[in-house]
Design a protein. Structure first.
Length: 325
């Protein structure tokens, strides 16, 4: 208010619109306004904050009220979401941080605390729905069935189910695995896809479930299972992470189609808009392309390299978000 009164008086003086008597009255008015500023300032600020808070809903209101946001991460979904010595990192984590930046802008707060919570394929959807996690930053397939329970960001990666086997084995397709032990990670779309394939083709595969991808990987590495079925990017990631390229390989055709998205609560329009804006911003400024290369093409911060070029489907999705060639 002090600044407004001063600028108004200065402008009138410069334009020669004030007579001597009007000048005196203006000075007196400015003095009153300046004297009242310390009293009106806090009240005006409180009113502004109250108005802002009343306009916020859902996740944004929660973040504004608590000053914190909780991101769900995965233990071993390299290179999308995994634990490092520095804490949770990965492609999905970086995308979630871009969303957090947009939420900060929307609620006009820079002091939002970021908290992390470990989730598994079986706990991730309940954690989002209950409010335990605000955004799930993992390797979650966005499909119609899950869309009945949660909401998803724009597609951030496109993959599908393949098989990891030992190089020394004769297995090169699911057709070779009749009667064999095949591991899947519990709670994944890969589990459902493999069971459906098994039933349809009457292969009598012995399908076993593990808690997370790392456990599934170990069952094949130790010979307790002949194959591990999950998204190809995760299989390449596990092999790279364990530096096991000499012993393990990814084989077969795609057994499913799995587009990934960040997961957040349904029926939260402000959050959905913030997520969409965040993706469009990083698409237009090419940070989205940089993040892809950081995690899938170049050597990762933890030293591994997958070397996966972006596929045509994902390129088109990113162009639709605003990424220019």
């Amino acid at each position: 208010m002090e600044r407004i009164a001063s600028l108004l008086l200065a402008r009138l003086l410069l334009t020669g619109l004030l007579s001597a008597s009007v000048l005196l009255a203006s000075v007196l008015l400015a003095s009153v306004l300046l004297a009242a500023a310390p009293l009106l300032g806090p009240a005006a600020q409180a009113q502004e904050q109250e108005t802002k808070a009343s306009k916020l809903e859902g996740t944004l209101a929660k973040v504004d009220r608590t000053g914190a946001i909780t991101l769900g991460y995965r233990e071993a979904s390299f290179p999308l979401s995994y634990m490092s010595n520095a804490g949770p990192i990965g492609y999905s984590i970086d995308l979630c941080l871009a969303v957090v930046d947009e939420i900060k802008r929307e609620i006009d707060r820079t002091d939002v605390k970021i908290q992390f919570k470990l989730v598994t394929p079986e706990t991730r959807i309940p954690a989002v729905k209950s409010g335990e996690v605000d955004i799930e930053c993992g390797s979650t397939t966005a499909n119609k069935e899950r869309g009945k329970e949660v909401a998803f960001s724009p597609i951030m990666y496109v993959t599908g189910t393949k098989l990891m086997v030992k190089r020394a084995s004769a297995y090169r397709s699911y057709r070779n695995l009749a009667g064999k032990v095949v591991v899947v990670t519990a709670g994944t779309t890969n589990e459902a896809a493999l069971k459906a394939l098994n039933d349809k083709n009457k292969l009598n595969m012995k399908i076993t479930s593990a808690r997370d991808h790392e456990e599934s990987y170990k069952l094949v590495a130790t010979g307790e299972a002949e194959a591990f079925a999950t998204d190809d990017v995760l299989l390449y990631g596990l092999i790279a992470r364990h530096r096991a390229d000499a012993d393990l390989m990814v084989v077969g055709e795609f057994l499913s189609f799995d587009p990934y998205g960040l997961m957040f609560r349904r029926d939260d329009q402000q959050m959905a808009e913030a997520v969409r804006r965040a993706f469009e911003i990083i698409a237009r400024n090419r940070d989205l392309m940089e993040l892809y290369h950081k995690w899938f093409v170049r050597q990762t911060p933890t030293g591994e390299r997958i070397g996966l070029a972006m596929n045509a489907q994902l390129s088109e999705i990113f162009r639709a978000l605003g990424l220019e060639d």
